[in-house]
Ligand binder design. Structure first.
Ligand SMILES: [Zn+2]
Ligand SMILES: [Zn+2]
Length: 216
């Protein structure tokens, strides 16, 4: 298994990740603007699946085009499914680019606890609403793709349409107390630098709970 990272794509400087199996099949985690860079990172691997952390335009921008060209299946949480075609919900209208990217024709929706497999790879879905109602973290061995839920030293915005500050607080708590099979997890976020879950548990004020203690 190999993880290839492409950083800072498009107007929002969005990260995405290509995971390649031992057999040379690939899964793309998020599909920002920058199709050529993404395809070159996939290289000779065969793209089979595109898994989206949430439905904002900066994470789904290239999904429609890449899915059509490669016949890869697109996956997104049930609650963010409508964002694939709704330019208000996916924020593309607010950014003035609503008609500039190809929409995803067909997507498979997933929910909390679902596991998406490809060869030896097993992607487990952790529903972490707040940034959007269908935001998820995706766990692969001791790696966690956190989308716009958790960043190094920060968290995703909760002031946008379909966001919830209360849900975000609950989701951050879920990550703070998360007990998986590993002692620590590499964090691959939707924006900014990589980190680890334990590092954020120590240093990230949002994950430490200072953002929401007053609500309980
Ligand atoms: Zn977002
Ligand atoms: Zn984003």
């Amino acid at each position: 298994m190999e993880i290839r990272q492409i950083s800072g794509l498009g107007v929002c400087a969005t990260n995405c990740y290509v995971v390649i199996s031992e057999k040379g099949n690939a899964v793309l985690i998020d599909a920002p603007e920058g199709k050529e860079e993404i395809l070159s990172a996939i290289g000779n691997a065969t793209l089979k699946k595109i898994i989206l952390t949430h439905g904002h335009f900066d994470h789904i921008f290239s999904a429609g085009e890449i899915a059509r060209e490669t016949a890869a299946e697109v996956y997104i949480h049930d609650k963010d499914l409508s964002k694939l075609k709704d330019s208000t919900l996916n924020l593309s209208q607010a950014f003035g680019i609503s008609d500039t990217f190809e929409k995803v024709e067909k997507a498979i929706s997933f929910m909390e606890g679902d596991i998406i497999t490809l060869d030896e790879l097993s992607f487990e879905i952790l529903h972490t609403p707040g940034h959007t109602s269908g935001s998820v973290c995706i766990i692969l061995d001791d790696n966690m793709f956190t989308g716009d839920t958790l960043f190094k030293d920060s968290r995703g915005r909760t002031d946008l349409v379909d966001a919830s500050h209360t849900d975000m607080a609950m989701s951050l708590r879920k990550l703070r107390v998360f007990k998986g099979r590993y002692n620590d997890y590499n964090i691959y976020a939707g924006h900014g630098a990589n980190t680890t879950l334990n590092t954020e548990r120590e240093n990230n004020v949002y994950l430490r709970g200072f953002d929401y203690d007053d609500m309980f």
